[in-house]
Design a protein around this ligand. Structure first.
Ligand SMILES: NC(=O)C1=CN([C@@H]2O[C@H](COP(=O)(O)OP(=O)(O)OC[C@H]3O[C@@H](n4cnc5c(N)ncnc54)[C@H](O)[C@@H]3O)[C@@H](O)[C@H]2O)[C@@H](O)CC1
Ligand SMILES: [K+]
Length: 516
């Protein structure tokens, strides 16, 4: 499903109005009615229910007046609070404000201290608050009266339905700009906005409904919209199907280069992640002193010893062996638990730039790339990088807050600049491609915030590439499957689930999507 930034949505609205001649009031009517339909699905009858419509000065407020009219027509009790004066309202919003004015609806302009008391009392005695303060025209930060009214709405403890987007949430990033309305439901118009899915905005949006407001589909299709939400259907369409005549050789060869003296678990989980995603043959190459341990831990994985440093990490002499192993593999996953010894880092860089197969680069291999992202251009195929926000911060020289404040923007810029696929992990993983294409993942849960789940993801993506998927499709499908496995595992208890539980749930997640 595609998602539009605020400016893309405005452009779409404008084309529908200017080129197709759909009056703006028609779009506004459809938007308002869509919110009414959502309310009708919550309550059997709206008659006698009490509503407060909190309206801003723009078209989001205009939607609010349409909603107020339909509520009144259905016999609901409605008060409309306008943050400002009627005289300041223009355009389509004005037309709808004049209509409810003529209908004799209770419209209160919030201009004096006494009006604020009226808002508080009305909110306290309402069944529902309609947030029509700010939509895609919101800019900057929330402060002053806007902050005050949002505080009143949130403190009222009532059911809130947000019109298009919860006021105060930045449509493009999900950032809370000072304050934001906490909604139980959001009805968004035309295409959903990224900020409804990205945290912390996603937490403000509640249940999201995407409403068709009558914009011709051709207007949307001709726009070069590059943001997408990953949907089950699309993952189903791209995941590999196994032929009944398959044997282990037909499901690909995965090489995992991982592990060091203190970090054997990460290596094991990445290797098993590939197996659980359906990879036919998985080889784990790790420092020699780990071989016995890993061979005992992993029954189905082949292990290959690599020359190691005195501290138990891969050393430079291992490069030849790693490249030899890579030449017989369909994909190489490199990084989990490798450690941060400079000699290891240098061996990693040489391997990454010389290996001829697709790569999934994670963890300590990302550490090795800090300051060397220019080397990614030398990779034989478009590599997949799977940083968490901390790793991304180090690679981009931003701080973690800046990375999380604009996950889509940061991932998109890095993918374009470095020439790679970025899988920016965390709640709502973002997959970014060099051409600016973005996929936001909505599977997964907070139970996955535990050690080792990232190693599993690396293995899953590599395992999918091994089965013939392109790195592009494997990155998109991999994050979806991985999150879904987390959701399956969370059924056994979210808080205490481990990366091992997640691993075991990968086959069930795949089965849930493809039926095999
Ligand atoms: N014709 C259209 O383009 C349609 C627009 N629709 C609605 O209109 C919305 C967009 O309307 P607008 O572009 O008029 O913009 P909004 O109504 O989202 O916001 C603009 C108003 O908010 C104020 N504002 C902006 N930033 C602020 C801040 N930081 N603090 C306080 N006030 C601030 C502006 O001064 C202006 O009065 C959409 O979200 C949607 O709800 C729908 O009716 C469908 C059709
Ligand atoms: K709103």
């Amino acid at each position: 499903m595609r998602v539009a930034t605020a400016s893309e949505m405005r452009e779409i609205d404008n084309i529908a109005i200017d080129e197709y001649g759909i009056p703006g009031t028609v779009l506004m009517e459809n938007a308002g009615v869509a919110v009414i339909r959502r309310l009708e699905s919550i309550w059997e009858s709206l008659a006698e229910r009490k509503f407060c419509v909190l309206a801003g000065k723009g078209n989001n407020g205009g939607d609010g007046y349409v909603i107020a009219r339909h509520l009144a027509n259905q016999g609901a009790k409605v008060k409309v609070f306008l943050l400002g004066e009627k005289a300041g309202i223009s355009g389509d919003a004005r037309i709808n404000l004049d209509i409810i004015d003529k209908m004799g609806l209770d419209i209160i302009e919030i201009v004096s201290e006494r009006d604020w008391d009226k808002v508080k009392v009305a909110a306290a005695f309402s069944d529902c608050l309609v947030d029509a303060l700010l939509g895609t025209g919101f800019r900057g930060e929330v402060g002053g009266d806007m902050a005050h009214i949002i505080d009143i709405m949130n403190a009222a403890g009532k059911l809130v339905i947000a019109v298009d987007i919860p006021s105060g949430v930045e449509a493009d990033t999900g950032r809370i700009c000072g304050k934001a309305v906490q909604a139980a439901y959001t009805v968004t118009f035309g295409l959903p906005k990224p900020g409804l899915f990205l945290y912390p905005g996603a937490e403000c949006a509640g249940e999201i409904t995407v409403a068709d407001i009558g914009i011709p589909t051709a207007v949307v299709s001709r726009q070069n919209i590059k943001q997408n939400i990953i949907m089950a259907g699309m993952v189903r369409a791209i995941l590999p199907r196994r032929s009944p005549a398959a044997h282990k050789g037909t499901s690909g060869r995965t090489l995992v280069i991982a592990g060091s003296r203190d970090l054997s678990g990460a290596a094991a989980m990445a290797a098993e992640g590939a197996l659980r995603a359906g990879a036919g043959l998985v080889t784990l190459s790790a420092p020699a002193s780990l071989q016995n341990l890993l061979a005992m831990k992993l029954t189905e994985v082949m292990t290959k010893p690599l020359a190691e440093t005195a501290t138990g990490g891969i050393c430079r002499e291992a490069v030849g062996e790693m490249l030899q192993l890579a030449s017989g593999s369909d994909v190489v996953a490199i990084g989990p638990g490798l450690g941060r010894h400079e000699e290891t880092a240098s061996a990693v860089r040489e391997t990454i730039t010389t290996a001829q197969c697709p790569l999934v680069i994670d963890a300590d291999a990302l550490y090795a790339l800090a300051g060397y992202t220019n080397l990614l251009n030398e990779c034989a195929a478009l590599p997949v990088l799977t940083p968490h926000p901390g790793e991304m911060a180090r690679l981009t020289k931003l701080d973690v807050e800046a990375v999380n404040a604009d996950r889509v923007g940061v991932a998109r810029q890095a993918a374009g600049e470095w020439g790679c696929i970025i899988v920016l992990k965390g709640a709502r993983t973002v997959v970014a491609f060099p051409d600016g294409e973005i996929y936001i993942n909505t599977t997964g849960n907070a139970g996955m915030a535990t050690g080792g789940t990232g190693d599993v993801l690396t293995g899953v993506i590599a395992g999918l590439i091994a089965q013939g998927m392109s790195s592009h499709d494997a990155a998109v499908a991999g994050v979806y499957v991985h999150g879904l496995a987390g959701d399956v595992a969370a059924q056994g208890g979210m808080v205490g689930m481990t990366a091992m539980d997640l691993l075991k749930a990968v086959p069930a997640a795949l089965y849930g999507i493809t039926g095999c």
